[in-house]
Design a binder for this molecule. Structure first.
Ligand code: MG
Length: 241
């Protein structure tokens, strides 16, 4: 590939390459997004124009409301899942909790983003809204509070940038747990935390073997939470192109 570089430098540990190796493939070119658009290699899951790419948990059409550039939870119609499945992945999504504040604690702007349909990053209107720490906005629900509360006020669009390492299984046994890094509105709120297992209310749940990829699931918790601009980038290893 590159004409510059070396072949007489020390070998890197655990690598077929030497330092500054001229044989090492150049990184693939990706055009970054501008004005909130996805990068050129993203898998767009929701661009604000269609609910294609989403379905109900039982495989029917996604029952949520499509509006001008966003979708909104249709309360008590159930969660929706992406038709695309991912393992190790980067996600970007935006959400907004209702501008009209109703309820308190877990009853205020509650939804959720479930990685692989099992591991919830809480979506909540956590702006000046006391609740248990491991259930506030951006918590790994029931496991880890966010490092800080970076919420914007009710009604404003907020961002999650999610960096997910899927758990590995050896048959029925857990080989390595999931890891999560999360950036909320540009603020680091989880830094490579070890996910303890599937998340849930009032319980500790153990890993159970599942396929190496899974969908993104968005929660209907009965509140009028909105989503837009959802995209994914499967994570490839170095030199995989
Ligand atoms: Mg939730």
């Amino acid at each position: 590939m590159g004409k510059s570089g070396y072949d007489d430098t020390p070998m890197l540990p655990n690598s077929p390459y030497c330092v500054h190796d001229h044989r090492r493939p150049a990184p693939a070119v990706v055009t970054p997004g501008s004005d909130n658009s996805p990068p050129s290699d993203a898998v767009v899951l929701f661009d604000g124009t269609s609910l294609d790419g989403w379905q109900s948990a039982d495989g029917g059409d996604a029952p949520w409301q499509l509006a001008d550039g966003y979708m909104e939870v249709a309360p008590r119609t159930g969660d929706i899942v992406s038709t695309a499945h991912f393992g190790d992945v980067q996600y970007h999504l935006e959400f907004a909790c209702p501008s009209e504040v109703k309820g308190e604690s877990q009853g205020r702007g509650n939804s959720g983003v479930f990685l692989m349909s099992l591991y919830e990053i809480q979506v909540l209107d956590g702006y000046d809204n006391p609740t248990y720490a491991d259930g506030t906005t951006a918590a790994v629900y029931g496991e880890y509070p966010p490092l800080v509360n970076a919420c914007r006020p009710p009604g404003e669009w907020q961002t999650y940038d999610i960096f997910w390492t899927a758990p590995r299984f050896n048959g029925a046994e857990l080989a390595s747990p999931a890891y999560l890094t999360l950036v909320h509105n540009g603020v680091l709120v989880h830094h490579h935390v070890e996910v303890l297992g599937p998340t849930g209310h009032r319980g500790v749940y153990r890993y159970e073997a599942h396929p190496p990829t899974g969908p993104l699931r968005l929660q209907d918790h009965g509140d009028l939470v909105r989503y837009r601009n959802i995209w994914a980038r499967p994570v490839k290893g170095y030199d995989e192109g």
